[in-house]
Design a protein around this ligand. Structure first.
Ligand code: TIU
Length: 224
């Protein structure tokens, strides 16, 4: 039995293939002129994780392991966006408004694309999600079921919002979840740290955490 050296204790890898879930590595959150900046955040912090996310993608691709990319996105008519989400925070630019990278958080707009370096390749699922969690209002669970996936490794942004929400949704659905520490980031470094601490506390109440180096070493050993 192979494992990843993780906190709070080793993460046992399954005979079936684990899936990498890359949450919302879209221009909206990482580049100037998108939703992240519209909410008043310094988006430059988030670019630091791009190389680690790319290394994870390269490893999963080389080992022929499944990958899912999500984008937080709404339909152009906003029929899948609750009014409360549009109004929250009183941002200058709201979801659906025209910004420098197109309409904010709308599927098909430039700002809603994945970063070019991290774009999905053929055979990988790229899915939109209307909520913070990747399971709410999506077919993710049936997709994972069809692949026989039981173990999920999480990367992406932001740690305490969409990544943590998705990981909690997955945990309640019975998946064994691990967050890759240097492949996730927040606009608030202290929130990233707190989110990871909450995930692994109480004997891994939500799941495990490990560095990308530890993850790559474990995966190479198990599936290489
Ligand atoms: N605002 C913030 O930190 N995040 C989001 O709105 N969405 C995601 O985390 N993807």
């Amino acid at each position: 039995m192979f494992s990843i050296d993780a906190r709070p204790y080793p993460y046992l890898l399954p005979q079936s293939k684990p899936c990498l879930i890359v949450i919302d590595m879209q221009r909206d959150f990482i580049e100037a002129g998108g939703f992240g900046e519209a909410l008043g955040n310094d988006v430059s912090l988030l670019t630091a994780i791009v190389p680690a996310v790319k290394r994870l993608l390269d490893c999963f691709r080389a080992l022929d392991l499944p990958i899912v990319h999500t984008r937080e996105a709404h339909k152009p008519d906003l029929s899948d966006c609750p009014p409360a989400k549009i109004l929250r925070g009183g941002a200058v630019m709201k979801i659906g408004d025209a910004g420098p990278m197109g309409r904010i958080l709308i599927d098909g707009e430039v700002g809603n694309q994945l970063l070019p370096l991290l774009r999905a390749l053929p055979g990988e699922l790229e899915m939109t999600k209307p909520g913070k969690g990747a399971f709410y209002g999506t077919d993710l669970q049936s997709h994972l079921n069809s692949l026989g996936v039981t173990h999920l490794l999480f990367a992406g942004v932001t740690t305490e919002v969409c990544v943590q929400t998705s990981m909690r949704e997955a945990n309640d659905r019975g998946y064994e979840c691990l967050i890759v520490e240097d492949a996730t980031e927040s606009y608030f470094p202290e929130f990233k740290q707190a989110a990871i601490d909450m995930i692994i506390a109480q004997g891994g109440i939500v799941g495990w955490s490990a560095s990308s180096k530890q993850v790559l070493a474990g995966l190479e050993q198990a599936y290489g």
